[in-house]
Design a protein around this ligand. Sequence first.
Ligand code: AKB
Length: 320
Amino acid sequence: MERILVIGSSGQIGSELILTLRKMYGNENVIGTGRKTAPSQAVLESGPFEFFDAVNKNDLYDACRKYDINIIINMAAILSGNGEKNPMLAWDVNMNGLLNVLEIAREMKMKQVLVPSSIAVFGPGTPLDRAPQETVLKPTTMYGLTKVAGELLGDYYVKKYGLDVRGLRYPGIISHETLPGGGTTDYAVAVYFEAVKNKKYDCFVKEDTRLPMMYMPDCIKATIDLMQADFSKLKHHCDFNVGAMSFSVKEIADSIKKRIPEFEITYNPDFRQAIADSWPNDVDDTAARMEWGWKPSFDLEAMTDDMLNAITEKHKKGII
Ligand code: AKB
């Protein structure tokens, strides 16, 4: 029986992933955790939740023993933008938290660990078009650096200890339930909320900035598909490129304008422009497609329809 601990279940991906996992494995079998951010009502009301910091190994151990955990999903991370404001915190949360997860999973002989990575592993020297699975990984951010080290560390635990560790390089994730916090790709979420609320958005990267992106339903599907893949068929483990779509800010703005003609966008690039410029436009995800059958469903137009409908409903109800 699966007993899953979702670290970071108050975050953008964790808050939606945990609800899907609870439907699949039973509410009581999927335990949420958070460092500081309170969980959503839906997470709080549907199953167990504990507040602790995974950087504290004893607290993590206690939770794993209390709930008899055999799978850990480590969604906690300080993202690229916030990581540049506080690099030491990014190192602490992203590396020491991960090391605790891997060590406890090894000691408790757990079934599986999921350690997400990101397109932030790329940097100067990575081809900008269709970044290959195997390529130069020289990120310029502390977040990216911890993600490269995390991929290598996960692979090390697979080879050295036979622990089942898996991970995928998330692109920018777009969603309407929980806002992302402190990433470079956050503009691709904010633009939809501002379009509905204020009919205008001042973007912190230039209009021709093009990055790999994915809509949340595809992100949840990719995560669960990878978790369920046959371990013996995986040639890669912690570093799968996963692609879905790639568009410039102007293309998102045009897609919104088709539905909200009065929407206006302005550009005021800040320090995150350099981060965005160091990441590729899109990725080659052949390995994920071949090894575990990855296939995305949403393109930009389908996502824009869905995002604007959901956010408009929330706005009408006064939730945002
Ligand atoms: C960020 O922008 O830092 C994240 C990511 C791409 O991992 N959304």
